[in-house]
Write a protein that binds this ligand. Structure first.
Ligand code: KG4
Ligand code: ZN
Length: 325
């Protein structure tokens, strides 16, 4: 079995996965959303302190399986430096005390493998990764052959929802709050400009849209916020759809997936489903409980890394907060 640890942002999570069967034997996550909500976003030092409390508590429940562990997997990149270190230090301590190696896991690969928990991977595939830290289009041939073909120039899709929610004083995380509020609103009342609509680039950008929304929030009363939320969600998603359409002109999709915390957004899911229809492409989605950060996806990715011989001595595990794929 492999024990996996995730602490790249504001979720403390540990899982145990059986190597031969891919079965998820144990999985627990303690989210810090409530603690960060009052600040309208994740406060790194607070997150680090909360991981230091939560991870050992979860680990205590895993002791019955310690004798069956072959390796400890841990997210070591990308993420917040002060929170990644909490998981990596725990992985190193376990590695020393149990005499087993560490498997470093890239968080983005974890999100991609959240599609295949307790299953064989279906590859090749193109993935839209939408989270609080990333908005990327990735061509995945295998675990060790992934290519980012488009990325964001500034904020990410999920982050823009968080920032709009903060402007409206709604709390954190903003994604589900804005999605719910948007259901009550009229998306046609505000005509926000779709980012990069005239640009031939296949890239993403959310800072301009964020500023358009800020002006609307400042100029209107709270009763109008649902209309602003609906127009914002429509425009943010239309931006993704325009760029996907452009990409599909040169590379028609056979199999497509949306992963990451913001892949829970139903409006986004429906919009992507519509543009995939003419291609008869299969759309893969993670189970809702595996969309946001969790250690089950890190454990699933670790099964691939373990097969490829990526288990290492605890002494050679770097922490790379800004690493890409
Ligand atoms: O993958 P994740 O848990 O953490 C990162 O790796 O960043 O994603 C969290 C992000 C947050 O920005 C959150 O607001 C966003 O995902 N999110 C959503 C929704 N649910 C979560 N964004 C839009 N709509 C949602 N329903
Ligand atoms: Zn994530």
């Amino acid at each position: 079995m492999i024990l996996s640890i995730e602490s790249s942002c504001d979720d403390s999570s540990i899982a145990i996965t059986e190597i031969a069967t891919k079965k998820l034997i144990y999985h627990k996550k303690i989210s810090q959303e409530l603690e960060h909500s009052v600040y309208g976003g994740v406060v790194p030092e607070l997150a680090s302190r909360l991981h230091a409390e939560a991870l050992p508590r979860i680990l205590g429940e895993c002791e019955p399986w310690f004798s069956q562990l072959k390796a400890i997997a841990v997210t070591n990149e990308p993420g917040l430096g002060v929170t990644l270190i909490e998981g990596v230090v725990m992985a190193k301590a376990l590695s020393i005390s149990l005499g087993i190696p560490v498997i470093p896991i890239n968080h983005l690969k974890g999100h991609i493998y959240s599609l295949f928990i307790e299953q064989e991977a279906l590859l090749p595939l193109t993935v839209l990764l939408v989270s609080g830290g990333h908005t990327q289009l990735i061509e995945v041939k295998s675990y060790s052959d992934m290519k980012t073909v488009a990325t964001t120039m500034d904020d990410s899709y999920g982050e823009s929802f968080d920032k709009v929610a903060k402007m409206m004083g709604l709390g954190y995380p903003g994604g589900p709050l804005i999605e719910n509020m948007a259901q009550e609103g009229d998306p046609g009342r505000f005509a926000f400009t779709v980012p990069l609509w005239q640009s031939p680039l296949i890239a993403f950008s959310y800072s301009g849209l964020k500023n358009q929304v800020r002006l609307a929030v400042e100029a209107n009363s709270v009763s109008v916020y649902p209309d602003i939320a609906a127009a914002f969600q429509k425009t943010a998603t239309e931006h993704v759809i325009q760029k996907l359409k452009k990409y599909f002109k040169s590379t028609s999709p056979k199999r497509f997936a949306i992963v990451g915390g913001a892949s829970a957004n139903l409006y986004l899911r429906e919009s992507v489903t519509k543009i995939l229809a003419p291609y008869k492409a299969e759309l893969l989605l993670s189970e809702l409980k595996f969309c946001s950060d969790n250690a089950a996806m890190i454990g699933r990715a670790a099964l691939e890394a373990y097969k490829l011989g990526e288990a290492k001595s605890y002494e050679s595990i770097p922490i790379n907060p800004r690493c890409k794929l």
